[in-house]
Ligand binder design. Structure first.
Ligand code: SAM
Length: 284
């Protein structure tokens, strides 16, 4: 059973450093990992060593270079000032936003991720991130105010396993945007993985090819990816394989008026099709 801070011995409790607390918990998928298809499960996936390793996976400097100013340009072109980063993770985009002079609030449902993001904010430029622990499905309960933009990046929306949760989440995002607000969601190109068979299930290399992500199992209701790190440690994520047009339809049905979808090319391994799609949805 996971220990609470109260359970620690006095020695341990002397310096309950975040990295220490974060590293304690391990990923749990139970006896049949392929049956784990639940929106709540992400809190058991972004834990322990994986959170620490995540920044190796998405090496900040390389990510900064490959991503360029795409998101920043989209926001600036719309005169955005306030941004709610709903999938903060380890804080990459929140820090980027603060550097660019936006007002940012950083939300996530994983306390371990938020702890790491806060640390990273201090480390990369001395920023004090305004972190809020919130699950998207009840976002309005825990985050207040209205924002010019909401970003949900790094293939995060894929963690929702039921249509009901996806609709509820999009409705919560919609409600937290100003009347002319914009929502930006990105996603892996699952159409290609689902339709083009094994050939498209290539290994995605990150961080100078030191870290790999590859589909371990895929069907219409589950994309299970395996992440392998240079020290041979392995972690998994169970995700729902979102089809591009399905996401666009949901956004339209929730009320977004204009949805532009871009293909990007930020992965190092290419086979013609973009690896990621970015949906930019306007409320007005
Ligand atoms: N945006 C970051 C990036 O690009 O590096 C993190 C991406 S990570 C793949 C997905 C993040 O979404 C995790 O930090 C996870 O905790 C969060 N998340 C997943 N489902 C969530 C939910 N229902 N509510 C709030 N956060 C959620």
């Amino acid at each position: 059973m996971a220990k609470s801070v109260d359970d620690l011995t006095s020695d341990e409790a002397g310096s309950p450093d975040t990295a220490d607390l974060v590293a304690r918990e391990e990923q749990v998928f139970g006896e049949n990992p392929l049956e784990v298809r639940e929106s709540d499960h992400y809190t058991h996936e972004y834990v322990g060593g994986f959170v620490e390793k995540w920044d190796d996976l998405i090496d900040w400097k390389k990510r900064y270079e490959s991503e360029g100013s795409f998101f920043i340009d989209q926001l600036k072109a719309r005169g955005v000032k306030s941004v709610l980063d709903v999938a903060t993770g380890t804080g990459f985009h929140s820090v980027r936003l603060l550097e660019e002079g936006f007002e940012a609030v950083s939300a996530d449902g994983s306390p371990q991720m938020l702890a790491k993001a806060f640390q990273n904010g201090l480390e990369y430029g001395g920023h004090i991130l305004r972190v809020v622990h919130a699950d998207w499905r009840w976002l309005n309960r825990d985050v207040h105010g209205e924002y010019d933009a909401i970003i949900c990046l790094g293939n995060s929306f894929t963690h929702l396993f039921s249509e009901r949760d996806r609709r509820k989440t999009l409705a919560e995002f919609y409600a937290m945007l100003k009347h002319d607000g914009v929502l930006i969601i990105d996603q892996r190109n699952y159409d290609s993985i689902l339709d083009d068979g094994f050939s498209s299930k290539h290994t995605y290399y990150y961080a100078g090819e030191d870290v790999s992500a590859e589909p371990d199992y895929v069907d219409e209701g589950l994309a299970r990816f395996k992440y392998t790190f240079p020290d041979k440690s392995e972690f998994f994520l169970n995700m729902y394989p979102l089809r591009k047009n399905y996401v666009r339809r949901l956004m339209r049905e929730v009320g977004f008026q204009r949805i532009d979808t871009y293909g990007d090319f930020q992965e190092t391994y290419q086979e013609g099709e973009p690896d990621f799609y970015i949906h930019v949805a306007e409320k007005k």
